[in-house]
Structure formats: structure tokens, C-alpha cells
Design a protein around this ligand. Structure first.
Ligand SMILES: Cc1cc2nc3c(=O)[nH]c(=O)nc-3n(C[C@H](O)[C@H](O)[C@H](O)COP(=O)(O)O)c2cc1C
Length: 475
């Protein structure tokens, strides 16, 4: 059987125009009729400076950081997954970007041994700006079984409700669930770093995590998690008795599932969490440009940038300075991962136009093709013309053979999560530089692979466009 990613490729001239059933549109918030969100104290804005928080990656815990409290947790959750704006149609927009603003991703946390928050599993309700307790008890030991590492005071879980995305994108929706999950993961990691907390991400959680969270398997899927804070001595039992999760309202009159998505989500599921993997980068070709990212000395706070981030598409025909290119790329991809990265630059900047491969560890750009390929990329992105006007297009891709060799069947989900995470980080760096940015998940796969000179057999996962825009964000 063809793997999920190529089997959901868009191809020009073979797109069946789908009809959206507006009467059955899924609700973007989880509704538990008998579990009420519990207001924490007013969220404390996270004052950490943006550039040092973003660039010092992976983050080290700060010994001098004040211990987290209720107001700090409220601020952290708001930055990770909270509401930040409302668009003209009345849709609430959130801290992480989301394909079609459908928000399939949900955020949970297990608290243990904190004297200011009851032990148990909490679900974050962005519409209330507060978490609600859905499973009391000390669950840290069980959470550690799912995420690996020792039991921690706070364990966060990111899930997806694919139906929210299937409603619009049909079988391709699993791609968006994973990318959206990566966007939320980036926000959560940055918010944790801003609080000075130790953190350990897990992009391949154990299968039994779904039971811990009370997920209905054909409805909601655990994507990733982060254990945070100091280890706790008594994490409770590693295996928990069966439990009846609280009743939930359906997302819409008729919820649907998709058998291809269920199969893709189950692939490689294991009873143990996947180990943190080493991803060797490709050797840097001779003659590659070595970039020197130098973040501005004074900058806004992380909280301000995350609040101000929006998808902006009104790009101006302007190139980037070498310093801007260096900063955007180092911010998006601070370390090597399960991803290839190709950069399409337009003319008018300090770095000549062309197609480049980006090497995160060495922060190097190697020329693949000295032509401006952005217009071709725009056509490949279902003719979204603004993509061709963005100074920089970052194309994130995967080599399926290498993914399988390194991470087995779990590699695909990890690569997509990593692509979403890089996308969110690029959005934030662009925002802090007063530029625009927008992710693009809708593309004809073969055309984008050709426009970006991807190696034979590579899968394009995500394109993120960034550059100067008219009336950019005021930070
Ligand atoms: C995975 C992903 C794919 C996206 N694809 C597109 C796209 O193809 N075209 C587009 O105009 N916007 C795209 N967007 C941007 C979303 O429409 C945008 O994030 C959403 O409307 C919420 O608005 P905000 O980013 O301003 O918060 C995408 C966003 C994500 C996260």
C-alpha cells in the first residue's frame, strides 16, 4: 500500500472540488458538560526577552527563575495555546498558526506535587483561558511511562481531533493535524523556556498515552508531549486502573473519521516512548555560505511577539539582508532534525536569488540552482500568487528512506511535527523583525518538489513564506 504522504499528494487537474458542509462544521473547542474550567489567577505576562529565548536552543533550565505559580501557569498556557485575536468572521485566532484556522490540536497537562494546583490531568480550554480538571490523582508516574524520562511536576500532552480538519481537507487532514501539533509544540516549548523550566520533548509518545488521557481512539490521537519542571519523588503508579473519562459533547451533528488517517495515526505505535534520536545532517558542500546570525541586542518580550504573530500575505518585492536571512533560518531550525530544508530566495537581497540547501548545524547555505524559483513555487502552491512575492520560501521536506532507517514508521509523524515547529519559529522570528510570514500546506506535491530541486523521492512537507510586508507588525 502506498504510504500516507504520497497517497494524499495534490495533483493538478485531478483535484475533486470538495463541498464543505457548513451545517456540520466541527466546533473548535472541546465541550465537557460536567467539567468546568477553573480560573487560575490572572495570567502573568512572560517577560523573557524574545531573541535570547528563541536562539538559545535547546533551552537550559534557569536556576534563578522564580518557581512557577498559578498566574505563571495561566500565562504559560495562554502563550502555548491561548486566544490572541478575532478575525473579521468572528473566528477566534490563537497563539499557534493553524491550517484553515480549524485548530485540531488540544493541550492537556498532568500536575503532580505542586502545592498550588491539584494533582491530576487537566485539559486547557482556550475559550475560557483556564484548565479544567478531568482526572484527579497523582499521574506523574504514568505520564513518564508515556513520555519517557523520570516523573515530572508538569507533563504536557498535545493531541489532535482529526475530524476538525477532515471536515475541510478530507484525507489530507492528517498532514495538517501533525503540522498544527508542531506549531503548538513550538509555542509550548518557548513558553516553558521563558519560565526557565527544564523541559524534555517527546515526539513519539507511547501508545497507552491515549488511555491516560481518556481519548476515544478513532476520534482523538496523542501526537507529542513535553515533561517539564523538576523530577518528583513520588510520581504515583506507572500503570493506572481503567477509568471512565468525563462525557464530551460531539464536535458537530455528525462526526466522521477517515480509515486512511486512522491507519496512518496507528503506524509504528508502540508501548514504549520513542527515544530521542540523533539526526546526522548532510555534509556541507564546499563553497557554501556560512551565515552568522546576530540577534538584535534590544528586543521585545516573547509574550509580545507571540501575541502579535499573525499570518500575513501582503509581501512586498524586497529582498533580505544577509543578517535577516541568517536570523530567520537559525531561528526556524536551531538544530538538525528529521527534515531537509531548502530555501528559495528572490532578487534584491544581499544573498543572490536562487535555490539553496540549508544546513542547520553549520548554519550554511549551499547553492543548488541560481534561479529565482518563487513563482514556480507559488504556482505549485495551488496558484497562491503571494508565495511568489515573499522574499524567502522555506521548503521543509523528508527523505522517506532515511526516516524509516532512523525512526521506523514513527519517523513520518516526527518529521511533520518538526516541520510545524520550525514553521511557528519562523513566523515568530519574522514577526519580531517586523516582517510577514505564512505557512502553506496546500500544494501540488510533485510541482513543489521540482520547483525546490528536492532530491528524487523526497516528500515536500510544508512551505513557509516570509519577508517584508506592507504595514508589517508593530512590535
Ligand atoms: C499547517 C498550516 C498550513 C497552512 N496553509 C495555508 C495555505 O495553504 N494558505 C494560506 O493562505 N494560509 C495557510 N495557513 C495559514 C492559516 O490560514 C492561518 O494560520 C490561520 O488562518 C490562523 O491565522 P493566524 O495565523 O493569523 O493566527 C496555514 C497554516 C498552517 C499552520
Amino acid at each position: 500500500m502506498e504510504p500516507y504522504h504520497p497517497s494524499t499528494a495534490y495533483r493538478r487537474h485531478s483535484m475533486g472540488g470538495g463541498i464543505m458542509d457548513w451545517a456540520n462544521q466541527p466546533w473548535p473547542f472541546k465541550r465537557y458538560p460536567y467539567a468546568t474550567p477553573q480560573a487560575l489567577d490572572d495570567p502573568r505576562p512572560l517577560e523573557a526577552e524574545f531573541w535570547p529565548t528563541l536562539m538559545a536552543w535547546p533551552p537550559a533550565p534557569e536556576a534563578t527563575a522564580p518557581p512557577l505559580d498559578r498566574a505563571g501557569l495561566a500565562g504559560l498556557l495562554a502563550l502555548a495555546a491561548g486566544l490572541t485575536a478575532q478575525d473579521q468572521s468572528g473566528t477566534y485566532l490563537r497563539s499557534p498558526a493553524s491550517a484553515g484556522a480549524l485548530y485540531p490540536a488540544e493541550l492537556y497537562l498532568c500536575a503532580s506535587g505542586l502545592d498550588w494546583l491539584e494533582d491530576g490531568l487537566w485539559h486547557y480550554a482556550p475559550e475560557a483561558g483556564a484548565p479544567r480538571l478531568i482526572r484527579p490523582g497523582n499521574l506523574a508516574g504514568a505520564a513518564a511511562e508515556v513520555l519517557g524520562g523520570p516523573p515530572g511536576g508538569l507533563s504536557f500532552f498535545i493531541t489532535a481531533l482529526p475530524w476538525r480538519s477532515i471536515w475541510k481537507y478530507r484525507t489530507r487532514a492528517w498532514r495538517y493535524c501533525l503540522l498544527d501539533g508542531g506549531h503548538l509544540l513550538a509555542c509550548l516549548e518557548l513558553a516553558l523556556a521563558a519560565c526557565g523550566l527544564a523541559q524534555r520533548p517527546c515526539l513519539a509518545p507511547a501508545r497507552n498515552g491515549g488511555k491516560l488521557l481518556g481519548l476515544t481512539p478513532e476520534r482523538e490521537v496523542l501526537l507529542a508531549g513535553v515533561s517539564a519542571g523538576a523530577a518528583v519523588e513520588n510520581g504515583g503508579p506507572a500503570r493506572l486502573p481503567a477509568w471512565q473519562p468525563p462525557r464530551e459533547e460531539p464536535l458537530s451533528v455528525r462526526e466522521e473519521s477517515d480509515s486512511h488517517i486512522l491507519a496512518a495515526a496507528a503506524l509504528g505505535g508502540s508501548d514504549t516512548p520513542g527515544p530521542a534520536l540523533q539526526w546526522p545532517g548532510d555534509p556541507v558542500p564546499r563553497g557554501a555560505l556560512r551565515l552568522r546570525p546576530a540577534p538584535p541586542k534590544d528586543g521585545p518580550s516573547l509574550g509580545r511577539v507571540m501575541q502579535a504573530r499573525r499570518s500575513r500575505r501582503n509581501f512586498m518585492p524586497q529582498g533580505l539582508s544577509a543578517a535577516q536571512t541568517a536570523l530567520l533560518l537559525a531561528a526556524a531550525l536551531p538544530e538538525t532534525g528529521p527534515l531537509g530544508a531548502t530555501v528559495l530566495l528572490g532578487p534584491g537581497g544581499e544573498t543572490p536569488a536562487g535555490v539553496y540547501s540549508y544546513h542547520p548545524r553549520e548554519k550554511a547555505l549551499a547553492l543548488l540552482e541560481p534561479q529565482d524559483r518563487r513563482l514556480r513555487a507559488a504556482r505549485a502552491c495551488l496558484d497562491q500568487a503571494w508565495v511568489g512575492r515573499a522574499a524567502l520560501n522555506l521548503v521543509l521536506w523528508a527523505d522517506p528512506k532515511r526516516l524509516a532507517q532512523t525512526a521506523g514508521e514513527r519517523g513520518y509523524a516526527q518529521a511533520m511535527l518538526a516541520a510545524g515547529r520550525a514553521g511557528q519559529r519562523l513566523y515568530l522570528a519574522a514577526t519580531a523583525l517586523g516582517m510577514g510570514c505564512c505557512g502553506v500546506g496546500a500544494f501540488y506535491d510533485d510541482e513543489l518538489a521540482a520547483a525546490a530541486e528536492l532530491p528524487l523521492g523526497a516528500w515536500p512537507l510544508y512551505l513557509v513564506a516570509a519577508g517584508p510586508v506592507k504595514g508589517g507588525p508593530q512590535i
